[in-house]
Design a protein around this ligand. Structure first.
Ligand code: IMP
Ligand code: MG
Length: 182
């Protein structure tokens, strides 16, 4: 793929095959937990939709889905933790077994905000699945119930994740680095 005038370098961190394999394992962990119940998956837009679309196709149980759109006020590659809702939920989560589907946990500020906002609506329980976890970057002590991959402190794009709204369509997850030697 041609990235035009970009002065950034991409390097594969997790291939589509590794992701696919891990999703199968994650889905079976999750379906075991919710056996006989109907989880309500809330995907966080935009980063998590590719992950969620693949994950639910591994989940052989009854489930429902909804999406919550948020925008973080980011400065470059750092989240400020200030979040604005751009798309609200379509249906009530009251009494539901809610599973938040996130792309990546970094400082934890966004997830903390989401947990606070969603628990006000009194779900029966509220769990979290995140594809990626940069545990070493945590500032707010939150934790996901299910984690696809723990990764180092690098900035990643692809498979739904963006930098400046770019790279979401890449099938693999890449580390994005500014290129100095040209
Ligand atoms: P947190 O609030 O610092 O945990 O940041 C979480 C949000 O920041 C994620 O939902 C992403 O939107 C964004 N983010 C954090 N790290 C990365 C990354 O490496 N690549 C792309 N987006 C990221
Ligand atoms: Mg996100």
């Amino acid at each position: 793929m041609d990235h035009g005038t970009s002065d950034q370098a991409l390097e594969i961190l997790l291939s589509r095959y590794e992701i696919e394999q891990r999703l199968g394992q994650l889905a079976s962990e999750i379906t075991k937990e919710y056996h006989g119940r109907i989880p309500h998956l809330v995907g966080i837009l935009k980063g998590a939709w590719v992950f969620m679309a693949d994950l639910i196709r591994h989940m052989d149980i009854e489930l429902t889905v909804d999406f919550l759109g948020i925008t973080s006020y980011n400065s470059g590659t750092n989240s400020s933790g200030e979040v604005r809702i751009t798309k609200d939920l379509d249906t009530s989560i009251k009494g539901r077994e809610v599973l938040i589907v996130e792309d990546i946990l970094d400082t934890g500020r966004t997830l903390k905000y989401l947990q606070d906002v969603l628990s006000v609506h009194k779900p029966h329980n509220l769990r979290v699945v995140t594809l990626l976890d940069k545990r070493s970057r945590r500032i707010v002590p939150v934790k996901a119930d299910y984690v696809g991959f723990e990764i180092a402190d690098v900035f990643v794009v692809g498979y739904g994740l963006d930098f400046d709204q770019k790279y979401r369509q890449l099938p693999d997850i890449h580390v994005l680095r500014a290129e100095h030697s040209r």
